[in-house]
Design a protein around this ligand. Structure first.
Ligand code: ZN
Length: 117
């Protein structure tokens, strides 16, 4: 009986070790200098994860961030305001843009599209 418990513990420990790295990369990261509750604009496609974030802008007027799908089919109702922290939870890769200066917009295209390359 004791032996079974031991091996169960061992398995759990190993699972944790292996899971560690995975959870580190999957864990929500937050690199931005701004407060986590900084308001940012997303479109409803991004919010609902229907589409990836392909357009990012850092407004030089008020310092606000925009994370949009980059397509043109938006109405006023498409604009949603969430916290910057929430945006990084939707897509952790936007953390890479934390040093993006004010007044700069960035567009990215996924390699899978292969059309514009
Ligand atoms: Zn959109």
């Amino acid at each position: 009986m004791k032996r079974i418990i031991l091996s169960t513990l061992l398995t759990l420990t190993m699972f944790n070790l292996f899971g560690q790295k995975k959870s580190d990369t999957n864990k929500s990261e937050y690199k931005f200098k701004e407060a986590e509750n900084t308001a940012c604009f997303v479109c409803d496609h991004v919010l609902s994860k229907q589409r990836p974030i392909l357009y990012v802008a850092h407004d030089k007027e008020d310092g606000s961030w925009q994370f949009l799908c980059g397509q043109d089919d938006h109405t006023e109702a498409s604009a949603k305001i969430i916290s910057l922290k929430n945006a990084t939870v939707i897509d952790t890769t936007i953390n890479d843009l934390y040093e993006m200066p004010l007044g700069v917009g960035a567009e990215r295209k996924f390699a899978s599209s292969g059309v514009d390359a």
